[in-house]
Design a binder for this molecule. Structure first.
Ligand code: XMP
Length: 542
């Protein structure tokens, strides 16, 4: 991993589901961080030289056989540690406390709030005699605001808990610094060594002052300065790319999506004419999209090659109705067309890819170059003559990639572009793809996008588009009967696209979209709105 900041936080992942969210929250504070597996050794951590370490949550119990534990030598490195949920229990477990299962365990024999008034939090009758229990969901929590982790917070606020185990006894040298009605030891700290643990999740938005708590850890406890900015990243990345690439050639397959576009803009700025961008236009993009990509990149990249392969792709897709067969054909043809262009260029030292940080974290192999399985880049390396892959965005989250795009002066429409599947409109036309159907769909989709934008709703939905169904139905226009096509509208709101809610687009906006589509797009006489979530439906229709 390249050195891009000397002020960085290490997030050790113990298998929790929020590792990426913690990383994003830390970076939102202007502090660079990386997520690494919990198996990172103390020696590796010393070399990485973080100013602080965050332990994520995890599904295990610290006392269970086979559970995940850190290299405990890290506690001797003099680096502050914040343990979250399971990470908090790890601190207690390894530093001399006791973690036990929750449930309706009586307080007898365990440390109670009433017994421990000397450690900084005053006794509170409301919880001191209650049984300890598991806590899930929003929980009113009482904070010791003298503690640096909770400085500036009100004395009580809501946190979000998800723990079955709890700390029955806190380690020597620690004090309790937050409590709840059902759990006396919600947060613990050893200020001398810079060790802090919280049972709740400060990274989720349900924790009212979660971001403030993370800020306190970063700035008050770790002494961060918050200097991580996209301007800084841009300068650093450009210098680094210049040094690495030297006088060699770089080849990039540009799809017009956010990641490959930002990657192209960054490389163009770093190495100018040494970069060749090949944009394979498969003719399955949205209205005007191919021209927009050309407009932006023909200026920025001297060796910009647009291959207009629309007719070729349509010929290959003729008669094909099965969605997966369409995907396969488009993926294979994309590689063929790209390969033909790459052959003309000859050997290049580097093939660039717009891989981003979530792909790197998910792959769990943060040292190896990972090839995205995305159809239009997967498979390229075996057919292109290159020496090495470079991934200039591999340390950035999506919102940071967008920020970098803005920093590089890319147009807002491109930077904020919604996700678009590699096979393009081919999987939004049910059944066979033809030029005529493509043009109907492009017009309908463009109207939907225009109306969503002019209603100021684009930021409220993650993906929205029109689909050309294979349904024909009866309608009436003027005095005549019609038997025409039905367009379906689809819009989803989602965090990760694994699950998605259909978006509640206001009726008046749906009405405008529908009226315009039937009036302006020939051969459409019906507009439907898809109100299924994922699961059971998927985002795309095919
Ligand atoms: P589904 O339909 O699986 O979509 O719920 C989830 C997300 O993945 C995108 N998608 C694709 N992206 N090639 C891609 O590059 C594909 O074949 C493909 N199929 C679906 C979809 O647009 C949504 O964002």
């Amino acid at each position: 991993m390249t050195e891009i900041q000397n002020e960085k936080i290490l997030i050790l992942n113990f298998g929790g589901q929020y590792d990426q969210l913690i990383a994003r929250r830390v970076r939102e504070c202007g502090v660079y961080c990386e997520v690494h597996p919990y198996t990172m050794s103390a020696d590796e951590i010393r070399v990485f030289a973080p100013i602080g370490i965050i332990f994520t949550g995890g599904p295990d119990s610290v006392y269970a056989e086979g559970s995940c534990h850190p290299d405990t030598t890290l506690f001797t490195l003099g680096i502050p540690v914040l343990g979250i949920c399971y990470g908090c229990q790890l601190l207690a477990h390894h530093l001399g406390g006791l973690v036990t299962a929750g449930g309706l365990v009586t307080a007898g024999g365990l440390t109670t709030a009433g017994d421990e008034t000397e450690d900084g939090v005053s006794s509170r009758e409301s919880y001191s005699r209650e049984p300890y229990s598991r806590e899930y969901g929003k929980t009113l929590t009482y904070f010791d605001t003298e503690n640096p982790l909770f400085a500036g917070l009100p004395g009580q606020s809501v946190t979000w808990m998800s723990h079955g185990d709890f700390m029955a006894r806190i380690p020597d040298g620690f004090v309790r610094c937050a409590t709840s009605d059902h759990c006396p030891n919600v947060a613990i700290s050893d200020e001398k060594h810079g060790f802090y643990g919280v049972q709740f999740h400060p990274e989720v938005s349900h924790t009212e002052y979660g971001q403030q708590i993370l800020r306190n850890f970063l700035f008050r406890i770790c002494g961060a300065h918050g200097t991580w900015t996209m301007q800084g990243y841009r300068e650093h990345a450009i210098a680094e790319l210049k040094e690495k690439i030297g006088g060699e050639k770089v080849l990039l397959a540009l799809s017009g999506g956010v990641d490959s576009s930002v990657c192209a803009a960054l490389l163009a700025e770093a190495v100018g004419e040494q970069l060749t961008c090949v944009f394979v236009d498969h003719g399955l993009m949205r209205k005007n999209e191919g021209d927009e990509v050309e407009e932006v990149f023909s200026h920025r990249c001297k060796n910009f090659i647009r291959v207009n392969a629309g007719a070729h792709f349509l010929a290959k897709l003729a008669g094909v109705e099965d969605p997966e067969t369409k995907r396969k054909i488009i993926g294979e043809e994309f590689i063929r067309v790209f390969e033909a262009e790459a052959k003309k260029i000859g050997h290049v030292a580097y093939l660039a890819q717009g891989t981003i940080y979530p792909d790197v974290i998910e792959s769990g192999k943060d040292k190896a170059a990972t090839i995205k399985s995305h159809h239009n880049v997967g498979g390229l390396p075996s057919v292109v003559d290159f020496r090495e892959i470079i991934e200039p965005l591999r340390l950035l989250f999506k919102d940071e990639v967008r920020g970098l795009g803005r920093e590089l002066g890319l147009p807002e429409a491109l930077v904020m572009r919604q996700p678009f599947p590699g096979p393009g409109l081919a999987i939004r036309i049910i059944g066979e793809v033809t030029e005529e159907k493509l043009s109907v769909l492009r017009e309908a989709d463009a109207i939907m996008r225009e109306e969503i934008a002019s209603a100021g709703l684009a930021h409220t939905m993650n993906q929205y588009f029109a689909v050309l169904t294979n349904l024909r139905s009866v309608g009436v226009m003027g005095d005549g009967r019609t038997y025409d096509r039905a367009i379906a509208l689809r819009s989803v709101t989602t965090d990760d696209f694994m699950t998605a809610e259909w978006t509640r687009i206001p009726y008046e906006v749906l009405d405008r979209i529908s009226t315009r589509i039937v009036n302006e797009v020939p051969h459409v006489n019906r507009v439907l709105y898809d109100i299924t979530s994922k699961p059971p439906a998927t985002v795309e229709f095919e």
